[in-house]
Design a binder for this molecule. Structure first.
Ligand SMILES: [Zn+2]
Ligand SMILES: [Zn+2]
Ligand SMILES: [Zn+2]
Length: 158
């Protein structure tokens, strides 16, 4: 689905047979307006008080439906599933397991790896489905400058 305004998306979902209750409508609007990605729990917190009858399970179900309809796409993070607008979901998330900082790579950045997997293994990898965890540059650099014996935790595997 290409970049569309939320009203158009709501109209299209209705055409495709999704019943649009005021709660669902509010969830769609909020999910499409969220910058980056958002979890069902965070979205529920944002609209619970504003929209009566909009509990967490309604939010979970509606986001799953929007995912099925191709409006949203999900990524698995260490903290759970989060949703992006489908057209913005093509990037790869890198999360530092030491400091929690995150970076993202565009789909063109990961194209060489994708190509390699396709060519040598006939495998079409979905690299944006899960975040990639590792150790960020600044954590690696600070590890290298800490004197042996005073370092905390195991060395980063690189
Ligand atoms: Zn993202
Ligand atoms: Zn880090
Ligand atoms: Zn999944």
């Amino acid at each position: 689905m290409s970049q569309q305004d939320p009203e158009q998306i709501v109209a299209e979902l209705r055409l495709r047979g999704l019943r649009m209750t005021p709660q669902r409508r509010a969830i769609v609007m909020e999910a499409l307006a969220a910058p980056g990605h958002i979890s069902a729990a965070a979205l529920a917190r944002k609209i619970e008080e504003r929209v009566p009858g909009c509990n967490t399970s309604t939010v979970y179900r509606t986001l799953a439906l929007l995912d099925e309809f191709g409006v949203l796409a999900h990524t698995h993070f260490e903290g759970g599933v989060e949703y992006h607008r489908a057209e913005e979901a093509g990037h790869v998330h890198l999360t530092c397991s030491r400091c929690g900082s995150s970076l993202s790579l565009s789909s063109s950045d990961v194209e060489p790896l994708q190509e390699l997997l396709r060519e040598h293994h006939g495998f079409a990898a979905d690299l944006s489905h899960f975040e990639i965890t590792g150790v960020c540059r600044s954590c690696l650099e600070s590890w290298a400058t800490i004197a042996p014996g005073t370092r905390e935790g195991p060395p980063p595997h690189v």
